[in-house]
Design a protein around this ligand. Structure first.
Ligand code: ZN
Ligand code: ZN
Length: 118
């Protein structure tokens, strides 16, 4: 199974509109595909791997975020770039991929300044 059905895409857009996208992560299609992606990546974080490190992957990440591209919600491969759209990642890498989610937890953190980048 690869790609979202038109009926599911309509349902997902409604969930996103209502802020109920957490329900997507319980869809049987997602749970199945998520398992397939983890297996494909041998449960190894692909972002750590690219940096020569090993971490166990616990999360399957949407490279083009669910909210931006619900049509790619159930696509392992991105049809536009032919690169991976779903990748296995560790928790630390996943948080780095979602700075918007982190900001919710650290609202008072000072913004990054030029010096902090060295
Ligand atoms: Zn990682
Ligand atoms: Zn993600």
């Amino acid at each position: 199974m690869n790609g979202i059905s038109p009926r599911r895409l309509v349902q997902l857009r409604i969930l996103l509109e209502k802020g109920g996208e957490a329900r997507f992560y319980w869809w049987p299609e997602w749970l199945q595909l998520r398992g397939d992606v983890l297996e494909l990546d041998r449960h190894e974080c692909q972002l750590c791997k690219a940096r020569g490190r090993y971490s166990q992957a616990t999360i399957v990440h949407h490279v083009k975020h669910l909210r931006d591209r619900p049509d790619l919600a159930l696509s392992i491969w991105d049809p536009d770039t032919h690169e991976r759209q779903l990748v296995s990642v560790c928790k630390a890498c996943h948080e780095a991929e979602h700075p918007e989610a982190l900001r919710k937890f650290e609202p008072r953190k000072a913004p990054l300044t030029a010096e902090r980048w060295d």
